[in-house]
Design a protein around this ligand. Sequence first.
Ligand code: ADP
Ligand code: MG
Length: 321
Amino acid sequence: MNDQGIEFQIIHEYFEKNAFYDHSVALGIGDDCAIINPTDNSQQVISVDTSLADRHFPADADAFDIAYRSLNVSLSDLAAMGADGKWFTLAITLPDFNKSWLQQFSQGLFTAAKNAEVQLIGGDTTKGPLSITVQVQGEIPMGQALKRSGAQLGDYIYVSGNLGDAGAGLTIYQQQKQQQNKTDTELLTAYLKPEPQLQLGNKLRNIASSCIDISDGLLADLGHILQASQVGAEIDLNTIPLSTALLNFTNRANALSYALTAGDDYKLCFTSAQEPEQLSSTQSDIDSVYCIGRITDKKELILTNQPENLQLTQVGFDHFS
Ligand code: ADP
Ligand code: MG
């Protein structure tokens, strides 16, 4: 902002006032840096994501949803590592000083923050085209982080929920752009309000051999696991979980295409030596995950049971394509 007074008013009114801290925060918003006390024998897990208007979210979406989504997509990376969210910083660029927009943004931000128990400890506020950068920091007991590189021959491949809903939600959002009251809320919500699967990630620490969050589509993200682990996979397309809402919206081949390539679902894809029955046993207490295939040593990704009319135009979302 040009006007320093407005900048500090924004920081205080919409960010500092709502911030909450536990004993791990020695110094929060207000000084040149934040100071945190990490837990003994833990490793710090850090990730940053930028969300740009009309690139990563529709610029005319509700400010609540923009904030909620921006924080949650960053937290999803912590979930994929099996880490617990602890702290975050927010670098926001705003086109103007719009009080009601900022009020809603603040509400969405702190709703997501409270859900995940992550604490806003600092940031930066500037004027320009709307852009939101969230850096998240979490913790994990020493050596327990889930990487992309651990998949082993014979491992089962799992996804943690329905795929494709968010991709269809984006299509619906674009189709209904002019409409005030948008319909098909379930798919729209999947796109606008993704939920980071932090509790599942935590439970997977001693169970998954590799893990990733599905931000760019199953094929692209599973591809990262295969590449990092130097293995291949065979996926049975009949086992990909598709919601009733998605199958009501489009035919099965299109639904599969959304599931495989559209992205934005933020479910986890992980591999494990444990069979599906073992996973849902009371001991590991992991439900709502779906086994979709196995890891092979063929160094390629094979899709079985492809419907004849399935067209995969691209393998996933690539920012530079
Ligand atoms: P500096 O000049 O040291 O960079 P700033 O004037 O940018 O400090 O910010 C003042 C304080 O407000 C700092 O503690 C900074 O971390 C915090 N802050 C600035 N913008 C935000 C924001 N959008 N969200 C949370 N904290 C913020
Ligand atoms: Mg600054």
